[in-house]
Design a protein around this ligand. Structure first.
Ligand SMILES: Nc1ncnc2c1ncn2[C@@H]1O[C@H](COP(=O)(O)OP(=O)(O)O)[C@@H](O)[C@H]1O
Ligand SMILES: [Mg+2]
Length: 334
């Protein structure tokens, strides 16, 4: 099978911001939020970025469409690298990609009715307004009752606002949807509805999805591939089944072990990850995960590991990747 060109890909992307007490006048140092991030999403593929809060997931989504300016690396659209990170270059990306914000309600205009808001991207794209029927169909696709179209944003529940945002993103079906925590704060039943809607859109339009989530269960349910981020770096990436069957990074392994398992016979072999996420302002030496890692050795404290590819489509950034399938230790202890 020949692989299609990625709709979008980031290669060694870096995002840094000036920081310091008076950085507006005199930046004292720069804060690296993303370092050396390479991620590609192909048509019809759902790729999830998973990481604890503060790992840089939102920043990555925003950087891809130019809401945050990258300071290094490359972004490519359909296999062609953007010549630079200018507004003009990102305009091309934004024609193909829609971003579903982490908090959709805050991106709505409070004085615009939901129906007008959903139809707006079509108007902006120069495709004219939408007929009432088409608008109702679109809303229905996103699971939004047509009675809500005449309401204002404040009258919507969290789940309805999320669905309205999805409908808006679909008024001109993009080739890529970047969805930032699309299920956060929703009831489990509503979460399932949103995720199934994504699967449905993917199947019908071959749309690519970059799904940003801190929830491994959500990622497992829908994604073809998973990328594990930590302190702005990719620690591991690979096909979803492989990540769950045989995680190679101790961090991924710890994340999997800390997932609730609906099996009373299975006990946890070890407690979840030790300690807190370090501050970006004080990145640890060597492998940045070493202080929280159970198998760290001297080398890990000194030398930063490079991202290494494996044959099964896996990449891992670790000096001592694991080779025991997940659950084996847990089973043995149970
Ligand atoms: N504009 C900014 N200036 C300074 N720090 C920022 C900025 N944007 C994000 N950060 C920091 O970068 C880190 C990653 O943030 P974010 O991408 O929102 O993570 P996530 O979405 O994974 O929770 C956080 O520590 C956050 O405080
Ligand atoms: Mg976020």
């Amino acid at each position: 099978m020949t692989l299609k060109n990625p709709v979008i890909s980031a290669d060694h992307l870096t995002v840094s911001v000036p920081e310091g007490p008076h950085y507006f006048f005199q930046p004292t140092y720069k804060l690296d939020i993303l370092i050396d991030v390479s991620i590609a999403v192909r048509p019809g593929e759902i790729v999830s970025i998973v990481g604890e809060s503060g790992s840089g997931k939102t920043t990555f989504g925003r950087a891809l469409i130019g809401l945050m300016r990258p300071s290094g690396g490359q972004i490519s659209l359909d296999g062609v690298a953007l010549p630079d990170f200018s507004k003009g270059s990102f305009r091309k990306v934004r024609r193909e990609a829609a971003l579903l914000f982490q908090d959709p309600a805050s991106s709505f205009n409070p004085r615009q009715r939901i129906g007008a808001m959903i139809a707006e991207p079509r108007r902006i794209a120069g495709q004219g307004g939408m007929r009432r029927n088409d608008l109702q169909d679109l809303a229905a696709t996103a699971g939004l009752g047509s009675s809500l179209l005449s309401r204002f944003p404040h009258a919507l529940s969290g789940g309805q606002a999320r669905r309205a945002a999805v409908a808006r993103a679909l008024s001109v079906v993009p080739r890529l949807i970047i969805a930032d925590e699309p299920t956060a704060g929703l009831d489990v039943s509503v979460q399932g509805g949103v995720l199934n809607l994504f699967l449905d859109i993917r199947d019908r339009h071959d749309t690519a999805f970059l799904l940003i989530t801190h929830n491994l269960a959500v990622a497992r349910h829908v994604s073809d591939r998973i990328v594990i981020m930590y302190l702005g770096r990719v620690l591991e990436s690979g096909p979803t089944a492989e990540i769950f069957r045989a995680p190679r990074h101790p961090y991924t392994r710890a994340l999997l072990d800390s997932e609730p398992v609906p099996d009373p016979k299975r006990r946890r072999a070890e407690p979840p990850v030790i300690g807190e996420v370090p501050s970006l302002m004080n990145r640890p030496s060597g492998c940045e995960f070493h202080q929280r890692c159970r198998i760290a050795r001297d080398r890990c404290r000194i030398e930063a590991p490079a991202e290494t590819p494996f044959a099964d489509g896996h990449t891992v950034r670790c000096h001592f990747p694991l080779d025991t399938p997940a659950g084996v230790c847990a089973m043995a202890a149970g």
